[in-house]
Design a protein around this ligand. Sequence first.
Ligand code: SF4
Length: 267
Amino acid sequence: MKDSGIIFDIKKFAIHDGPGIRTTIFLKGCSLICWWCHNPESQKLEPELILKSKGSIDNQLADSMETIGKEITVDEVLEEIEKDKIFYDESGGGVTFSGGEALMQPEFLTSLLQRCKEKGIHIALDTSGYAQKEIFEKFIEFVDLFLYDLKIIDNAKHTYYTGVSSDLILSNLELLSKKDKHVIIRIPIIPGITDTEENLSQLSDFIKSLRNIHKVSLLPYNKMGEEKYRRLNRVYKTENTKSPSSERMIEIKNYFEKSGLNVEIGG
Ligand code: SF4
């Protein structure tokens, strides 16, 4: 097991990453490259340079760059997590491991999960579900709540928009369902990409086939990450995509609710 890994942020007093007050640890690295990702600085596993301020990379000096991502030990992460244990206990909160994709650093994550479990801290894992089954299975027993991102069912379309197939993601979610794990499914609503009639229907059918899905959270697309693409000198492929209107979000919520699912907007 690894006693250190790479993270790019720690968010204290988080209230949207699971129940209660939480500390969210953002591990660096992701196997996907979703067109709409609002954390593009999370995708590479290794630390990387980003412009500190707005502007083009051509007219900035090297000293206006900063490094995203740093190596940190398990002990150091635990120290940060434990500082707010009293708030977790009072609010029914805990720790959430997010990314990027936390499963990209399996040994580091295993150490963190084991240590949090020993301390009796509630653990949520925010995941794309993209990991080989043998790796994914190892984490199941440690995690109290899965925040599971589900984007596109169709394999070819999933590959086109995220860079990887949907097979592993769907089969790992089925595995969680069979094991009766506590799961909240999170669907990013990206106009013209994830909210097509075909995809919504396939998502609804797939989710209905699972058991023990606590809730479905619909996350409206936002452009929060746009500036970061420029600062990283990368192409933002959903630059011209608009956020869905609140009427459209309610329409989609109603659609899923008709299938008997417990649905919320945001979360
Ligand atoms: S899975 Fe999440 S972190 Fe990874 S590229 Fe997609 S949106 Fe970004």
